[in-house]
Design a binder for this molecule. Sequence first.
Ligand SMILES: [Zn+2]
Length: 329
Amino acid sequence: MRHPARLLIILFLALAALVGPASAAAASVAPQAPPSPRIRGEPERGEAARPRPDETPLIRSVSLSTRRPEQGRTVEVRVVLNRPATLSGEFRDQSLRFSQNADGVWWALLAIGMPKAQAGVGLETPGGAYDVSITAASDDGETDTAERTLWVTGRSYTPIPFDPGPEKRHLLDIELRTAEATRMWEMFAQGTPDPLWQGMFWLPISAPSSGGFMVARSYPDGTTGFHEGLDYATAYGAPVRAAAHGVVALAEPLGVRGNAIYIDHGAGVFSGYFHLSQILVEPGQAVEPGQLIGRVGSTGLSTGPHLHFEIRVNGYNVSPWQWLTFEFP
Ligand SMILES: [Zn+2]
């Protein structure tokens, strides 16, 4: 019984003697390759072998403000390049719009949609894993790509019945809502490419919030939807102010939104102000944060004087609260 075991040990020692010095010699001869300049959060699928020192990739690093966002949130993508290149990126149906900050870091925003598509436009976003892909292309034809995965946290919702009453029930008509939403969606795609705002967004009204973002609602016709912004119930005629610097993209009476204003803040970001009694700005007008743009009313799908305030990123509704408490980029 002991004999074969001893033989194995001898064999092992012999092998170690053969392999050990050989690998040590190889290590001392190999060129001293510097560590890859690429910063990686975690190993990526299909990752190529470490580049040789003369082949540094265009993309030095890619980071995301979070890897585990909730539905209805804004996510910031930051990219550092080793050499000048043009950046593009995709997340589901969203084309990322990259801008460069003063430190030379490139950034773009993407929106995690709500669990359900809105009145027939946009994609619904169930919880799960989604890829963000980034491509850098240099003038001399060199390209580099990077992919990151986002894990979206899903939630279950219990819809709260919402009935605007017999006089406004016709505004819940799905065809009307879809037509209006589709027109807005087309406008969001035409926004100013470069960011126009700086810092955190301002609260557009001095009133406490009375209705939450992404609260699920069920309507009298049996359909369900999600509240797309924050509501602020307050006195009729109360001043409504621009949340950030931008250009007025829309200022007119709409069916569901009532007297509505959308401000284009650039880089795919818009803010919306609905149910106004008065509109005090015109399309094409530049606005400053805090500037008076309208007055609270109850026009459109509204049951009492309040401001509905919403933020869109790449067309999708995202949490306005995040923009009021966090600085993008
Ligand atoms: Zn609302």
